[in-house]
Design a protein around this ligand. Structure first.
Ligand SMILES: [Mn+2]
Length: 327
């Protein structure tokens, strides 16, 4: 089936009621229990799970749409974290999880596991489904990835025939720092980042000490750290103006203005939704923190239009109040 347009939808994080309102506003309606649009297809940019009050409902809604062909979805870092957190392997005769069960990781997945506790088989089914979610999506009209489009990594994934985490070996190696598999998962699902200058640390709004900061992958000839920072927390003033060295510049990517439109989520944006550049839009406006759940109506334009964004406010009880960011 061919569609006349696509509706790209940002990080839901368990705000299922708000997602239903957004879909209705976009012209989707329930047909035999599944949201559908007569002429358009939804594309979820990942991170349906964690944090919010209706994770299970949101997952059922989205998976039903994908199975019916009325939506596609790329995997987010939170679905990937669920997979690695819940996958047990044996190493040298000892059992361990691919993602360590430390307090920070437990905190990130807590609401998801609590909401699925009465439905253990359903949770296993969703984990299996997460493994089949593509790492990226590419159509003649646009591209979509949760955090960062890295053309070289994606070319290699294509050559190796890797589309998702369904291969056991690929999933296992993706947690081993330094492997190509680790780099692919880290870059596409978490984005680019740089160490803070002089080995310094900062405390972000979620209370964690960090030695790295998230960076843009579209900055054109950046000179200072302030030119590339892209995260909710600003850099400390004394670090922002520090020039980027050659090694740091070499680590940055540049998604060119001539490339096809790209949609990402991941970055906890605030304020009025608008394109970041003429060909890149971030659709994560912190819905679950009572920001906005945001979509972009894509009709095939090569330059993104501010009026194609659709945003709905999160209704009371469909988000979380605390300021935890959980990157
Ligand atoms: Mn997210």
């Amino acid at each position: 089936m061919s569609f006349q347009g696509y509706d790209l939808i940002g990080d839901v994080h368990g705000s299922a009621r708000t997602l239903e309102r957004l879909l209705q506003q976009l012209g989707y309606s329930l047909v035999k229990g599944v949201y559908r649009h007569p002429r358009r297809q939804a594309v979820f940019i990942g991170d349906i799970v964690d944090r919010g009050p209706r994770i299970r409902e949101a997952l059922h809604l989205v998976r039903n749409m994908v199975l019916a062909g009325s939506a596609q979805m790329v995997i987010g870092n939170h679905e990937y974290n669920c997979l690695t957190y819940c996958t047990e392997v044996e190493v040298a005769g000892r059992h361990r999880y691919l993602r360590p069960h430390d307090p920070r990781h437990e905190r990130q997945i807590r609401e998801t596991l609590e909401q699925f506790a009465p439905y253990p088989q359903e949770w296993q089914d969703f984990l299996q489904w997460f493994r089949e979610l593509p790492l990226y999506l590419e159509t003649p009209l646009f591209r979509a990835v949760h955090a960062c489009w890295d053309g070289a990594i994606i070319e290699r994934l294509k050559r190796e025939g890797v589309r998702d985490f369904s291969d056991d070996g690929f999933l296992r190696r993706s947690v081993e720092r330094g492997t190509f598999e680790w780099q692919a998962a880290d870059r596409l699902l978490r984005g680019t980042y740089l160490p803070l200058p002089n080995g310094e640390e900062m405390t972000s709004a979620d209370g964690y000490r960090r030695r790295v900061f998230r960076t843009k992958f579209w900055a054109d000839e950046p000179q200072t750290h302030a030119d590339v920072v892209f995260q909710p927390d600003p850099l400390p003033a004394h670090l922002a103006g520090v020039p980027l060295g050659p090694a740091e510049k070499a680590r940055l990517l540049h998604y060119g203005a001539d490339q096809r439109p790209l949609f990402i989520g991941h970055y906890w944006r605030e304020g009025e939704p608008a394109p970041i550049t003429p060909n890149i839009a971030c659709l994560d406006y912190s819905a679950v923190k009572y920001g906005k759940l945001v979509a972009y109506r894509m009709d095939g334009e090569s330059r993104l239009q501010p009026e194609h964004f659709v945003a709905v406010e999160v209704e009371p009880g469909d988000g979380v109040q605390d300021g935890d960011t959980v990157y």
